[in-house]
Design a protein around this ligand. Sequence first.
Ligand code: GRF
Length: 199
Amino acid sequence: MKKLGILLSGRGSNFEAIARNVQAGKIPAEIALVISNKPEALGLARAKDMGLQTLCIPSKGKEREAFDREVVAALKEYRVDLVCLAGFMRILSPYFVREFPRRILNIHPALLPAFPGENAQRQAMDYGVKFTGCTVHLVNEGVDTGPIICQAVVPVQDDDTEQTLAARILKEEHRIYSEAICLLLDDKVRIEGRRVLRK
Ligand code: GRF
């Protein structure tokens, strides 16, 4: 059984969606470890409630790579095969990325390469796009720049607020994150440069 490591910093709804699919047998893996860099993260409490192995590794005041070394050590200790960033509000150091080549996933609430970085839903609204969405991608050394595995399109409505738009996108995030995990775990894709293609 492949082992997932989840990294989160907050609410953890993407983590919960993944955990539900793991429990339902829809993802061929187990969650070996959930790590938060924030002690107060709701997702961390939910993971504990679910009886999962959790770890809080505070990032505050730590140099980026020093923190990453602690996280990588924990992921290796639990023999994690695939790292899933689920609202993990930290940029990974090149060291971290190199330790898990092509084995780190992230979810972003926009259709990359549009609107990378923070507040992607607000960026999309402010720009005036009629469609936005979400993207699951492999993590490379850039910010939201790795090869794209899955995307879903979400319409922007005239009366949307940042919150209503974010909620519509989140529903799709919960669906495509598990889909992307399955594609990788089932070995259904090959990577050619930036392109992730079906085998
Ligand atoms: C999601 O919108 C995700 O795309 C972004 O951060 C948010 C995390 O939400 N990376 P949650 O903690 O999974 O509920």
